[in-house]
Design a protein around this ligand. Structure first.
Ligand SMILES: [Fe+2]
Length: 270
């Protein structure tokens, strides 16, 4: 259960870390499922693109694995996890319900490799260099009903963020790293150090960066999201999830998740 302190930290600082958002049994099963899913993409047994999930094709070294709940993966653990009681309880504490599908995906790094996203806000197609008025309007509106999180399947110290930056206009120094020098230093940045099994619930409107620490060769982190459903709020299909429109996706989901799927589908413009 989310504590009042965690909820306060989420509202003010833009994140909190939980030790109990997953049961030990589920964690072991998810890690095993994640490693199998990565191997399926690597071997070409499953080809997972934003457009479509299919079986048999060229293998690739994955960095993001989408489509984990698609029937082609044959890994029901991911849908079970997305609907698991602790996850849903945290999300409901933050945004209420009813909920609709967000996503469940893997961030995979298998080294030695370079990884540095540079500083950004997760603004999608929104203006990234707006005036104070424009930026505050986006911060007040964008993804307000979405809760996202990272679950570390192995220790993960890749995420950096500027606490509280989701609530205010960027400073001049922040603008410099958001626009001109995305790999520069920025004041008050905090490294998020997750131990295996810890979950960070965080707001992507914060100024943040993903960077593999020197000497670390592996990242295996599950990213998830659920959305408070508001049926009058249409949304433009996020092209990363076009594969979810395929006819076989809904039927492959657990019955309870079909409701989540239907609510998602109902508001998509594509
Ligand atoms: Fe991001």
């Amino acid at each position: 259960m989310a504590t009042p302190l965690q909820i306060k930290q989420y509202r003010e600082q833009g994140y909190f870390i939980s030790d109990d958002a997953i049961s030990p049994d589920m964690l072991a099963a998810l890690e095993a499922g994640a490693r199998r899913a990565v191997e399926k993409v690597r071997s070409g047994a499953v080809v997972a693109t934003a457009e479509r999930i299919s079986i048999g094709g060229p293998g690739v070294e994955p960095r993001h694995v989408l489509g984990l709940i698609a029937p082609e993966f044959g890994e029901p653990i991911f849908a079970e996890y997305l609907m698991s009681e602790p996850v849903e309880s945290y999300v409901r504490a933050l945004v209420g319900g009813p909920l609709r599908l967000g996503w469940v995906a893997l961030i995979v790094l298998c080294g030695p490799t370079e990884y540095d996203t540079g500083w950004h806000r997760d603004f999608g197609q929104e203006e990234r260099d707006g005036s104070r008025e424009v930026e505050l309007e986006i911060l007040g509106r964008y993804r307000k009903n979405l809760v996202k999180w990272h679950l570390a399947l192995v220790d993960d110290a890749c995420l950096w963020l500027v606490p509280g930056s989701q609530r205010r206009y960027r400073t001049e120094q922040e603008r410099e790293v958001l626009i001109n020098n995305r790999k520069g230093d920025v004041p008050h940045a905090q490294q998020i150090v997750l131990q295996k099994g810890q979950t960070i619930f965080w707001n992507g409107n914060t100024i943040h960066r993903g960077r593999l620490p020197a000497g670390v060769n592996e990242r295996l982190t599950l990213t998830g999201a659920l959305v408070k459903h508001e049926e009058d709020q249409r949304e433009v299909l996020d092209e990363r999830f076009r594969w979810q429109l395929a006819d076989n996706v809904r039927a492959g989901l657990p019955v309870r998740m079909q409701d989540y799927y239907d609510r998602w589908r109902q508001v998509q413009d594509f």
